[in-house]
Design a protein around this ligand. Sequence first.
Ligand code: DOR
Ligand code: ZN
Length: 354
Amino acid sequence: MSGGAEGGERVQELTLARPDDFHVHLRDGAMLRAVLPDTARRFGRALVMPNLSPPVATTDDARAYRAAILEALPAGVACEPLMALYLTDRTTPQEIARARASGIVHGVKLYPAGATTNSASGVTDITRCFAALATMEAEDLPLLVHGEVTDPRVDVFDREEAFIDRVLIPLIERFPGLRIVFEHITTRQAVAFVEGASSRIAATVTAHHLLYSRNAMFAGGLRPHMYCLPVLKREVHREALVRAATGGNPKFFLGTDSAPHPRAAKEASCGCAGIYTAFAAIELYAEVFEAAGRLDRLEAFASLHGARFYGLPPNRERLTLVREAWTVPREYGCGGQALVPLRAGEQMHWRLKD
Ligand code: DOR
Ligand code: ZN
């Protein structure tokens, strides 16, 4: 990675190997066409979440979804979709073997049933997945986890910590060879757990969990566009995430969890979880690393650690950010509906160089 200034001056330009987004929701139909260009402009590869309705549960589904994404890619933009299967109570070892052999499926996603958007077909009881998980362990196909318990007796803010004790630790004991990505971690407990675990356990960290604490959800009133799952946590947790992401440990890497929903679905009596960040994803992470005084470590987090975990070479292309203020649009269009981005109407500090 190279900066454009010397000594104590502020870096004005930042060039890094083109990053990858190892956790993104691209949706389908009009929303896919609206959001894909934002991800494709920035990232060499995108690991695409399978929580469509119906879910991407088979290798054939993944193949069809991948074709739809490639079809929606703007001309002249190269971004490789990496597919994930949606784990259900009925996923068979044969399906796992097929996914592995396809070469297009890079992980299998565990959504506890009821944990989040389109998780109704998710796993009701992890023991039902033991045969599939054993095959994933044998075939070295990583498990990607939405790490929250759904037990209504557990406080929403404690669901990630409870998941570590109730699900993750027993899972690792039973399948010690299974590689696991603890997705979008939000707590200092998750950071400590991943740091202390074997090299087979890694985690993605979103830009929004690095930039905001839960106060942002209630600043002057209820802010539905700051609502996501796992929900934003206390400032101490945000600080632990920043230390992990900027600390140089290869277990932590970039996954935006950019999750677009139309404005009407967010501003509702029961609004959807999800924050749209793909429009400026790497620019947002640059702010985090700069505030931590670690712009020099952005490239490793964004472009190297994740690729290494997934056994992929780093992208050979490069991407340059320039220090330049701009105002985020109040909304983007998507098939006649509106999509409200993170920081709508507010300032950004980095811009992608054309
Ligand atoms: O905030 C979220 N939105 N968290 C998830 O786990 C799912 C995602 C979505 O698909 O909207
Ligand atoms: Zn997600």
